[in-house]
Design a protein around this ligand. Structure first.
Ligand code: 13P
Length: 248
């Protein structure tokens, strides 16, 4: 049985004032029946870990470097995230693939380093609108999975997030049939490589809101969500967590 996961990606949002948001969210979910993870900006990591220390809420990073240390100005290693108290890291988000030219090979190297450090990796995959319109979605997802997910992945240290690029921050979402098709494909693809693929959690991400969460969580092989804008306030994220708990 896969434990569901509600993950929030705050992206480049949040100053110290946002720590109050985390405390409010924690107080609203003291005994959750799903895993809850918030990935704040790196500047807030250590303070966020401290703020939720008494609660069952996990804190993660949004990216890491593949190397442990060295001359990489501006970068953060997996070991540093772990040292700050993070238990997970998002890797291969489409915003990083697009804005920084991150390839799947780079994502795999980062994921390998993060898993070796003991972090759970949330590896993102997803097609562009042009790729979907050209009916290349499954080919793209298959190639991203093959190249981005390291052999060291297990049901414990690896979560895959399907985030169609055209659904991120746009208010657009795929149809339930489209999500089900990709998630079913991902499960089958992972099963060909990993003995415990049945236990790997597959998240959907892209414009998840309180209004559409229940429908999305009712789709087979959707084990939770990676939420951007809808994770920034308890007003939005709490109902999403509740919807995931109800979908059990
Ligand atoms: P939105 O929920 O804001 O569409 O962002 C999704 C996302 O990119 C999460 O990683």
């Amino acid at each position: 049985m896969r434990r569901k996961l509600a993950a929030g990606n705050w992206k480049m949002n949040g100053t110290r004032a946002a720590l109050g948001t985390l405390e409010a969210l924690s107080r609203a979910h003291t005994t959750p029946s799903v895993d809850i993870l918030i990935c704040p900006p790196a500047t807030l990591l250590a303070a966020a870990v401290e703020a939720v220390a008494a609660f069952p809420l996990a804190i993660g990073g949004q990216d890491c470097h593949a190397e442990t240390s060295g001359a990489h100005t501006g970068d953060i290693s997996a070991e540093m995230l772990h040292d700050a108290g993070a238990s997970a890291v998002i890797l291969g988000h489409s915003e990083r693939r697009e804005a920084y030219g991150e390839t799947s090979e780079t994502v795999r190297a980062k994921a390998k380093a993060a898993q070796a450090t003991g972090l759970m990796t949330l590896i993102c995959v997803g097609e562009s609108l042009a790729q979907r319109e050209a009916e290349n979605t499954l080919d793209i997802i298959g190639a991203q999975l093959a190249l981005s997910v390291p052999d060291t992945s297990t049901a414990q240290n690896c979560v895959i997030a399907y985030e169609p690029c055209w659904a991120i921050g746009t208010g657009l979402t795929p149809t339930p049939e489209q999500i089900a098709e990709v998630h079913g494909f991902m499960r089958t693809t992972l099963a060909a490589r990993f003995a415990d693929a049945d236990g790997m959690r597959l998240l959907y991400g892209g414009s998840v809101k309180p209004a559409n969460a229940a429908e999305i969580f009712g789709i087979g092989d959707v084990d939770g969500a990676l939420v951007g804008g809808g994770s920034l306030t308890p007003r939005d994220f709490s109902p999403i967590i509740n919807a995931l708990e109800s979908a059990l």
